[in-house]
Design a protein around this ligand. Structure first.
Ligand SMILES: Nc1ncnc2c1ncn2[C@@H]1O[C@H](COP(=O)(O)OP(=O)(O)O)[C@@H](O)[C@H]1O
Ligand SMILES: [Mg+2]
Length: 331
């Protein structure tokens, strides 16, 4: 049974120009001990999907309009009252943002910040919380951890700050960590170290991780399964090997074709020709159709297509291209 099961999630942002459906019918599962990658162009709804899970919209006027977010043994997070959800945050599900500074309090020493996360969820004296914070800094391989406890966020490098944020995320041994482009702001060596750290945690404690990234190389290296998003929807999902070796949606194919050579470490997403549609008033049918080299007239009609399995597809490999459905019916 999956740890997290997201079904038909719809999330809307209110803006002066209208209501944007940043997430429009997204479904996916994350299994225990799995690293699940989410990729897609900027603005396709990756962050909105992640933020919906814990309702962390950071002041934006957004809401989960419908759908289910089932967390094993906890229930539907989409229906939970804010007070209950506050308990889930950190304890069961932790969030790592792209910008570590936004997650840290600039006026509080590191040790105290980590300690407060611990003390918010369990009984511990200040001294015990400090000791636990010190151990967490060691766990995330922070050098001179004793000294860092008394530092303020601005006194640390970007890489160290992100380690502190990860230490805070690990503090309560969550079952699921959601990492939204956790290394985008960091240089490549530090990126590798941070990703290794997350993988270590999965390997040692079986923590599930949702990893949003722009880097198909990272997905190929550390993720087990993945989803490709386009314009607020999942257009393809499956085991990483199946999706990257045999992409079946024209959008995934275009993303991979844009890469020079094979998917490798550092295969950053290269934008493909044209721009994604507005999420305030998206086109009918497949939202990728206006940019798709294979599009047929029937692609631009009706509701946005859902995920289907192709005849020869591996188990759990689905895509949302109706042209594949047609060949399915004919097969
Ligand atoms: N603060 C916001 N206010 C209004 N609309 C937003 C806001 N954040 C995101 N959106 C809308 O949600 C869409 C998806 O954004 P986001 O989830 O941040 O994309 P990604 O993480 O894939 O780059 C955007 O294209 C935009 O339409
Ligand atoms: Mg984002």
């Amino acid at each position: 049974m999956s740890l997290l099961s997201v079904r038909d999630l719809v999330t809307e942002f209110q803006s002066p120009s209208g209501t944007a459906r940043a997430v429009d019918g997204v479904s996916f599962d994350v299994n225990p001990g799995e690293i699940f990658g989410i990729v897609g162009e900027s603005g396709c709804g990756k962050s909105a999907t992640c933020r919906s899970i814990l309702r962390l919209f950071g002041g934006a006027s957004a809401q989960v309009a419908s759908g289910q977010i089932m967390l094993k043994e906890t229930g539907d997070l989409a229906r939970m009252h804010e007070r209950e959800l506050a308990q889930v945050r950190g304890r069961d599900v932790a969030f790592i943002f792209q910008d570590p500074l936004s997650a840290l309090n600039p006026t509080m020493r590191i040790g105290k910040q980590i300690g407060e996360v611990i003390r918010r969820h369990r009984k511990a004296s200040r001294a015990e919380a400090r000791e636990a914070a010190l151990q967490l800094l060691r766990d995330v391989h922070v050098t001179s951890p004793e000294r860092r406890l008394d530092a303020y966020p601005h006194e640390l490098s970007g890489g160290l700050r992100q380690r502190v944020v990860i230490a805070m995320a690990l503090a309560l041994r969550p079952r699921l960590i959601i990492a939204d482009e956790p290394t985008t702001a960091l240089d490549v060596t530090v990126q590798d170290q941070i990703l290794r750290l997350l993988k270590e945690r999965r390997d040692s404690l079986g923590t599930s991780i949702i990893l949003v990234t722009h880097d198909l190389g990272v997905v190929s290296q550390i993720c087990d399964r993945m989803a490709v998003m386009y314009a607020g929807r999942v257009v393809e999902t499956g085991a990483v090997r199946d999706v990257l070796d045999a992409p079946s949606h024209p959008y995934t194919q275009a993303l991979l074709a844009a890469l020079p050579g094979q998917v490798s470490r550092d295969s950053q997403l290269i934008p493909i020709k044209g721009a994604p549609p507005s999420l305030i008033d998206p086109p009918a049918g497949c939202r990728f159709a206006p940019r798709c080299a294979l599009a047929q007239p029937q692609c631009a009609i009706g509701a946005a297509p859902g995920l289907h399995s192709r005849p020869a597809a591996a188990e759990g490999h689905f895509d949302a291209c109706i042209l594949n459905e047609v060949s399915h019916a004919a097969a």
